[in-house]
Design a protein. Structure first.
Length: 442
């Protein structure tokens, strides 16, 4: 059994996180509940930041907050001195409500609307990562209308595609994000931007994949972007001050995953950037990275209560929990794998093979196809590990299930970060037919 971060087992044989008994969390807040190990989040943030500091490279570590977005996690990210990536007006709004320092907010997305971009200008955020030609036109229009400067990065697809355990270089990039580096689009975008009176090109950005377990793909990407930056220096006497290499650092969901230390990625980036800047006598850019999953993924644990079961003789035993694809759609969406434990009987042998099913009305609503638990007893507290990234942020009200509560734990203390939805929350946008405020009576 692999335990993460501050997880431990107490004298009652219960799983604890951050020094707090998960059985106490379940009885106080109910289930399902997602518990975040805040000390682990802080440790990861520091591991990225410290490696840059030790390498003597100026850097920004931005939390890619689509992985888990809430006011409270933004407050922790702010405390840790992280920058923040947002990908929508909604995430930007959440950041403003958390009092996030505006200069440390970066705005991503492949279809930012006029309203979203104007919101970013109103808030004077740190930087907009420009994705496509339509967005260039919008940003020019807004900055000229407002006579307001804006720092930007140009997002490119460098022709390297990282996979879980390897990477490939692709000639023709087929991605909905960014400008192609090789076919001239990136140069065309740069030429449209670099002399604009209100737009300040800081440099280039790429994000090459997710759940990456090797460092070579980052080196290849850094080389590709630096090479372009060096040609812009030669041809236009233009210096990029920022090189953003994105996120995608892998974490351990199951024993098949062999994650690297955060420092391994950072060292590879620092090495290639130092060697290229030396060789071409180019001023060392700031390196920005954007970890999402690797900051919050294994810091999150979901607690469920086991309710009913079904035995299909000779095939499998289903045990059903009180959540499912509504709070974690990743297994149903793309076959993501997780591990689980019986949190209230951790010391008993985990040798009963079951399929953990959710309670949604979809046959595909299975959280774990093959889990090994203590002999299940109805009412058991089942913990699935590594649910901190892309679970709550993708949660839905399918079957009108209320979204779970989110609780932060640290140093023996616990605090509600997102309250559980009520039935009233579920109907809050519904308008009964008798209640016509606009439009016509049917
Ligand atoms: C999603 C995303 C990230 C974070 O990816 P992780 O795999 O969660 O680390 C970083 N940068 C950009 C641009 C992204 O879209």
């Amino acid at each position: 059994m692999h335990l993460y971060g501050t997880q431990s087992i107490n004298e009652n044989g219960h799983l604890t996180i951050g020094g707090v008994d998960t059985a106490d969390i379940a009885s106080e807040y109910g289930t399902p509940v997602i518990v975040y190990d805040i000390a682990l989040f802080r440790a990861r943030a520091n591991a990225f930041k410290e490696t840059f500091r030790k390498a003597g490279i100026r850097a920004q570590v931005a939390y890619a907050s689509k992985a888990f977005s809430s006011i409270a996690i933004y407050e922790i990210a702010k405390e840790e001195g992280l920058s923040l990536d947002v990908v929508s007006g909604g995430e930007l709004y959440t950041a403003t409500k958390a009092g996030y320092p505006r200069e440390r907010i970066h705005f991503h997305g492949n279809n930012k609307s006029y309203e979203e971009l104007e919101f970013a200008f109103e808030e004077s955020i740190g930087c907009i990562v420009i994705d496509n030609f339509s967005e260039i036109d919008l940003i020019k229009e807004i900055s000229e209308k407002r006579k307001q400067k804006m720092d930007v990065l140009i997002r490119v697809t460098p022709g390297v595609e990282a996979h879980t355990h390897s990477y490939i270089t692709t000639g023709q990039e087929d991605s909905k994000f960014g400008f192609d580096l090789k076919n001239g689009q990136t140069d065309e975008a740069f030429l449209k931007l670099y002399q604009h009176p209100y737009i300040n090109v800081l440099g280039m950005h790429c994000h090459i994949g997710s759940q990456i377990f090797e460092t070579e793909s980052f080196r290849f990407a850094a080389e590709a972007l630096m090479t372009k930056m060096i040609t812009w220096q030669k041809e236009y006497d233009f210096i990029c001050t920022v090189l953003n290499l994105g996120g995608g650092f892998g974490i351990r969901y199951t024993e098949e995953d062999k994650p690297l230390e955060p420092s391994a990625y950072v060292k590879e980036m620092a090495t290639i950037v130092s060697s290229m800047t030396d060789k071409y006598n180019y001023p060392i850019p700031e390196i920005w990275i954007e970890p999402g999953r690797s900051l919050v993924g294994d810091a999150g644990t979901t607690l469920y209560t086991y309710g009913s079961s079904k035995i299909v003789p000779g095939v499998r035993t289903y045990i059903a929990v009180d959540g499912g694809m509504s709070d974690n759609i990743r297994p149903a969406l793309y076959g993501a794998k997780y591990t689980a434990v019986t949190a209230n009987r951790m010391n008993e042998p985990h040798s009963t093979k079951v399929t953990i099913a959710g309670k949604c009305c979809e046959s595909g609503d299975k959280l774990i196809e093959e889990a090994f638990l203590a002999t299940p007893v109805e009412g058991d507290l089942i913990a699935t590990f590594c649910t901190g990234a892309y679970s709550y942020s993708m949660a839905s009200n399918y079957n009108r299930l209320p979204k779970p509560a989110v609780v932060f734990v640290e140093n023996g203390k616990h605090q509600l970060a997102i309250r559980r939805e009520t039935y009233d929350d579920i109907i809050r946008l519904d308008i009964p037919l008798s209640n016509v405020e606009s439009g016509e009576v049917l």
